[in-house]
Design a protein around this ligand. Structure first.
Ligand SMILES: [Mg+2]
Length: 259
């Protein structure tokens, strides 16, 4: 880990305005605040307006843990890049990609969704089937039951994890089952950057554990990594803003400056 991140100011963005930067955003907790369940989350018109304006001039990508089909619908902006399932699926100008191992595991995930739903129902989690992964969200689960839910989840998945059919990944009050492959948001960002053929700095804004791969990648590309939220844990990001609203504020100042 590097030193504590510094507060992102719009000046840092403004300095890059003529250099053809590329902007990547996570969605939940980055462009919008987190709600009790993923279905309650909305993309606010002001945030949409800002991202749209940015995309008129620069290459923009949304890199999320949600399914690609879901995020495309939520964002609803044409001509930008979308990556779902933490980088596994990518779609955008001149690029359509599904990570091959994840594509293979989709059928297997189909078969275990009913079992997970049935066995975990008693705790009240939200089990989201995202084609190339399954997310078990436990924000809605009573605090006293979380341990038991996680224990059950662990015992249900022990065998498939052992035999290399799936792996588990932790996020903010969520456990995800996915293909046992080293693939992450950082690799998706790199793939998209190559496609855009832009030479400017790569910006990535994110908030969750899975965004750390993006921060590390962007650091290695000498870009600008920005953590969104209160600094409650260590991060590889070089900068931070304290909330999604503060991020939108800095982007608005930047857009005002570039006219
Ligand atoms: Mg997030």
């Amino acid at each position: 880990m590097n030193r504590a991140p510094s507060r992102l100011r719009s000046e840092i963005l403004i300095r890059q305005k003529e250099n053809d930067p590329v902007f990547f955003f996570d969605f939940d907790g980055t462009l919008t605040k987190i709600e009790q369940t993923p279905d309650e989350v909305k993309f606010r018109p002001i945030a949409k307006f800002i991202v749209e304006q940015l995309a008129r001039r620069y290459a923009v990508g949304i890199v999320t843990g949600r399914a690609l089909s879901d995020i495309k619908k939520l964002i609803g902006i044409r001509g930008i890049y979308y990556s779902g399932n933490h980088g596994v699926e990518i779609e955008g100008p001149g690029l359509t990609f599904v990570e091959p191992k994840s594509a293979e595991s989709a059928d297997y995930l189909d078969t275990i969704v009913p079992k997970l739903k049935t066995k975990l129902r008693q705790y009240g989690p939200i089990v989201q089937h995202k084609k190339y992964s399954i997310a078990v969200h436990y924000r809605t689960v009573e605090a006293g039951l979380v341990r038991r839910l996680l224990d059950d989840l662990e015992s249900i998945t022990r065998q498939p994890v052992k035999s290399g059919k799936v792996r588990l990944q932790l996020g903010k009050k969520v456990v995800e089952l996915k293909a046992p492959v080293e693939w992450d948001k950082g690799l998706a960002i790199e793939k998209i950057v190559k496609k855009t053929r832009r030479s400017g700095k790569v910006f990535f804004f994110g908030d969750d554990m899975t965004d750390e791969f993006g921060f590390e990648k962007v650091n290695s590309l000498k870009g600008v990594s920005v953590y969104v939220g209160r600094l409650e844990r260590k991060t590889h990001a070089k900068y931070y803003v304290e909330s999604p609203a503060a991020l939108i504020g800095e982007l608005a100042k930047f857009l005002f400056e570039i006219g």
